[in-house]
Ligand binder design. Structure first.
Ligand SMILES: Cc1cc2nc3c(=O)[nH]c(=O)nc-3n(C[C@H](O)[C@H](O)[C@H](O)COP(=O)(O)OP(=O)(O)OC[C@H]3O[C@@H](n4cnc5c(N)ncnc54)[C@H](O)[C@@H]3O)c2cc1C
Length: 512
């Protein structure tokens, strides 16, 4: 079998990669060793930036359907002596909408994300999704890669121009290629316990998506899966303990004790071990093979950014592969993927590690009896901030961006603050436009997954054609209406200017 791209791994990052390649008409084979989706939830939170990607690619509405009927009251909170105990600190869901985006963060369990992506993939005529099929090995040839695959005892070889290795944290492909990772090593082993317990009435008005619960002799992290009766508890394994020391049933008394609600019946649904061992692959490309998602960068779950970071990398890579497959760019230009996304992953990694360090400090203070100190550390933690910089402030510098002579406006706190700007290499700022019926909508919705020339009212049609001759034109006053021309100030363009926006929603070039 021959194809342009083989994507190995049908987790969220592999599925999105294959879906976007399919949207661009690239012949793609997706290999996923499991037939079915793992129903035990891992990632729960979609960030604003990932929501923008879903908006741009027309997937947002379906993703939002996975949002549980009841939102939690807080994104994260710290409690003493039980889920129903004293609140030490809380980050509430923001009442005011984010000023920089039409998209809000939302909860969506990872299995729903994967279901939506699998359904989208099924509609792509250029993609073949082979569930229940494993990649055994990859072998680089002069101008292609041979991938040995196996399914139900039969073996075959596929020849592809490129391979996207989205095969998860342990990434057999990364290991086969001998690509090393850098990271602090193992930071903890956990059992993720998925259980049912109807806490809705007991916790009315104080359900946290993440609830860190401290007691005199315990620390447990609870995650509200549906806001009422489905929960996860991440149980830390002490030195010398192993997963075999716990049966599912053994968690019932632990949950009843640490929740502070011993009277509420608990039914354990599944238990999944995981290891906190954040690490980033030192190289994200070897020849024609590219690492994406956890295979490329595994960040600590503190912050809920792992899947989001991986999806953003998939969004960055797919159109670039298409450019080279279609002969628009040379092979070496694909180095722009790692040039852009490796620093982004390092930033996200450092942010998540910062969160993890703050969590450790809070726990140590509490276990030392310094509850006031713990309260203060919670109040000052970075998770109490908006995270706008993490969402929108990641800037790219590579051969896939045409810089102009301007300097970036830098925020003071790059994690929490963000300065919208139309400088090449920045995320295209969101603004509201009016559709034909006068309804407001985000301009991002009009970007799709293609090059777009966003032009001010008086700009000539060909303003940006030297950068991209066939970009879709989106002209103010013709293709979209605005109530004010403030967008031009933010983008730094006159009434004759414009910007070229890449398929991943980043600004490639600006003519002021
Ligand atoms: C406890 C926990 C909580 C988390 N919470 C969050 C959160 O709130 N927000 C967030 O953004 N992230 C979170 N994450 C991280 C998130 O789950 C991962 O970042 C995400 O699953 C990575 O997606 P992926 O597609 O790269 O890899 P995976 O989801 O691991 O998928 C890889 C796929 O590759 C397949 N595969 C592997 N080898 C082969 C092969 N040889 N052939 C074929 N298929 C193969 C596997 O079966 C698997 O389906 C959390 C993680 C954990 C452990």
């Amino acid at each position: 079998m021959k194809t342009d791209v083989v994507v190995v791994g049908g987790g969220p990052c592999g599925l999105l990669s294959a879906l976007l390649l399919g949207r661009l008409g690239i012949s793609t084979v997706l290999l996923e060793k499991h037939q079915e989706i793992l129903e035990h939830p891992k990632a729960m939170g979609i960030t604003r930036r990932t929501a923008e990607i879903f908006l741009q690619t027309g997937l947002l509405e379906q993703m939002l359907q996975g949002r549980p009927a009841k939102d939690p009251d807080a994104t994260s909170q710290w409690l003493k002596d039980g889920l129903n105990g004293t609140i030490l600190g809380q980050v509430r869901y923001e009442d005011a909408p984010c000023p920089y985006s039409s998209c809000q963060p939302f909860r969506c369990p990872q299995p729903h994300v994967e279901r939506v992506l699998r359904a989208g993939l099924a509609q792509q005529p250029s993609v073949r999704a082979l569930y229940g099929t494993s990649a055994q090995s990859v072998r680089e040839q002069s101008d292609s890669v041979a991938i040995a695959i196996s399914a139900a005892g039969s073996h075959e070889e596929i020849e592809a121009k490129f391979v996207v290795a989205a095969d998860g944290d342990r990434s057999p492909i990364r290991q086969q290629l001998g690509i090393e990772r850098a990271g602090p090593g193992e930071k903890g082993r956990f059992l993720s316990v998925y259980f049912r317990a109807d806490y809705a009435r007991e916790l009315a008005g104080r359900v946290g998506l993440i609830s860190n619960v401290l007691g005199a002799d315990f620390f447990e992290v609870f995650v509200a899966v549906n806001g009422t009766d489905l929960w996860l508890m991440h149980h830390y394994l002490q030195d010398g303990e192993s997963a075999q020391d716990y049966s599912p049933q053994s968690f019932v008394p632990i949950i009843q004790y640490t929740s502070g609600m011993p009277q509420v019946p608990v039914e354990v649904l599944s238990v999944n071990p995981w290891v906190m061992a954040p690490a980033i692959a030192k190289r994200w490309r070897q020849g024609r093979v590219f690492l994406v998602g956890d295979a490329a960068a595994r960040v600590s779950p503190s912050g809920g950014l792992g899947m989001n970071n991986g999806l953003q990398s998939a969004h960055n890579l797919a159109w670039k592969l298409a450019q080279v497959v279609q002969g628009r760019q040379p092979l070496d230009w694909l180095d722009t993927y790692a040039a852009e996304r490796l620093p982004a992953a390092r930033f996200t990694f450092a942010n998540s590690e910062g969160n993890a360090d703050e969590i450790t400090e809070i726990i140590e203070r509490a276990f030392g009896g310094d509850w006031d100190g713990a309260r203060q550390a919670i109040a000052h933690s970075r998770r109490a901030g908006h995270g706008y910089g993490q969402d929108f402030g990641i800037v790219y510098e590579s051969a896939a961006v045409h810089p102009d002579a301007s300097d970036a406006a830098l925020p003071i706190d790059p994690v929490n603050d963000y300065v919208p700007q139309g400088r090449p290499g920045h995320r295209a700022p969101d603004f509201l436009i009016q559709d034909d019926k006068g309804q407001s909508m985000s301009v991002l919705k009009r970007f799709g997954y293609q090059f777009t020339a966003l032009l001010a009212a008086q700009a000539p049609d060909g303003l940006l054609s030297s950068f991209c001759p066939d970009a879709v034109l989106l002209r103010e006053g013709v293709d979209f209406q605005v109530q004010s021309t403030q967008w031009r100030e933010i983008y730094g363009v006159s009434d004759k200017g414009g910007v070229l926006i890449r398929p991943d929603g980043y600004i490639a070039a600006r003519v002021a």
